[in-house]
Write a protein that binds this ligand. Structure first.
Ligand SMILES: Cc1ncc(COP(=O)(O)O)c(C=O)c1O
Length: 359
């Protein structure tokens, strides 16, 4: 099984360029530029000695924080070493014979399905419709499927699935005895997270499994902390029965406190709402690229004249972006960039214009 290349590999790039990691402006990983919430950082430092003990194998404190945040029973929650562990664990417990993936989407779903021996059918998102998931997906999903996986907003397209279509898909899946895994790892960045999330349907729909993570919004990818939510207690029990103990370390187990950090949450929301608009508007003015209107904290764009390897060209300015050439249904003319702080975004626009118009 092949490894998927992801964004964020600044180690490899720094070595290749012979520079320090800190010199790279990393637009390839979609992480909140506000950084680790200050109060959480202080708590980590204060509790440094907690690594002398094993973490609580039931992760009571963490699960309680998630339950309180979303007003859901603790019994609906499973936690993992990043969203990635939850994705693999759900799929290996469910053992779907036939699954549906949209294309393009996050690469680890496919790896987890291949590992579980699932037959995969792809629903290709159309470039001419800005990679939207459309109502015609309902015609493809039937009782021959065991699992459909959707990502909302989708990575790398940054497109949201229209709420009414999403609800129809969920209902249609239940009617056909199909599970729906819905990855909401980036939902906190969208304009109206409460309106877009499908959490309200969790209690009633036992075929729904929602994935979330603290990784992106709270800027802690190195800590590895994600969770799954479902009212399907049988599925959760099977996942928990198969899980290795202590995959979440003592520091990650403390991270539930960030969910209550309203000052950080408000500041992050202010940043994303203003920078997404500003960055998108500047990119739109560049006539050598087509930019897809973003909903998450990252932007997909297409190079219209493909003369340059843009990733290599920008690396000369120590700017790292994500080439989308290894995504199914995209090619080497597509790139994904994170929305960062104002100054970094301005540096990016300037460097991109230089490469495209002067290079
Ligand atoms: C859509 C999506 N889900 C899940 C993940 C994995 O998150 P984590 O780092 O918490 O495992 C990623 C990582 O890029 C992602 O893009």
């Amino acid at each position: 099984m092949k490894k998927v290349k992801h964004g964020g590999n600044i180690y490899e790039i720094a070595e290749k360029l012979g520079i320090k990691m800190e010199e790279i402006i990393d637009f390839s990983a979609n992480i909140n530029p506000l950084g680790v919430p200050k109060r959480f950082k202080e708590a980590l430092i204060k509790n440094i000695d907690s690594i002398e003990n094993y973490p609580d194998p039931e992760y009571h404190q963490l699960i309680q924080a998630i339950a309180e945040k979303y007003h859901i029973p603790r019994e609906y929650i499973t936690v993992g070493n990043g969203a990635t562990e939850v994705i693999f664990s759900m799929i290996s417990s469910l053992k779907p014979k036939k699954s549906m993936l949209i294309a393009p989407t996050f690469g680890e779903y496919e790896r987890a399905l291949v590992r579980a021996g699932s037959n995969i059918q792809y629903y290709n998102l159309k470039e001419e419709n800005d990679f939207a998931v459309e109502q015609d997906i309902l015609k493809v999903i039937d009782e021959s499927f065991d699992l459909v996986i959707l990502c909302n907003p989708n990575n790398p397209t940054s497109q949201l699935i229209e709420k009414n279509i999403m609800v129809k898909i969920l209902k249609h899946c239940r009617k056909n005895n199909v599970y729906l895994m819905l990855d909401e790892a980036f939902i906190d960045f969208v304009d109206e997270p409460k309106k877009e999330t499908m959490l309200l349907y969790i209690k009633e729909y036992k075929n729904l499994f929602i994935i979330k993570a603290l990784t992106k919004f709270y800027a802690i990818p190195g800590l590895r902390i994600g969770y799954g939510i479902t009212s399907n207690c049988r599925l959760l029990k099977s996942m928990n029965d198969h899980k290795e103990p202590w995959t979440i370390n003592s520091y990650a187990a403390m991270a539930g406190m960030v969910l209550k950090d309203q000052i950080y949450i408000n500041k992050s929301r202010e940043w994303i709402i203003s920078e997404r608009k500003a960055f998108f508007n500047e990119l739109k003015k560049i006539n050598k690229i087509k930019v897809y209107k973003p909903n998450g904290n990252y932007i997909l764009f297409k190079l219209l004249e493909h003369k340059t390897d843009l990733k290599e060209a920008l690396l000369k300015n120590k700017i790292l972006i994500r080439s989308c050439s290894n995504y199914k249904n995209l090619d080497h003319s597509f790139y994904r960039i994170a929305i960062k702080d104002k100054k970094s975004n301005e540096i990016f626009i300037k460097a991109l214009k230089e490469v495209l118009y002067e290079g």
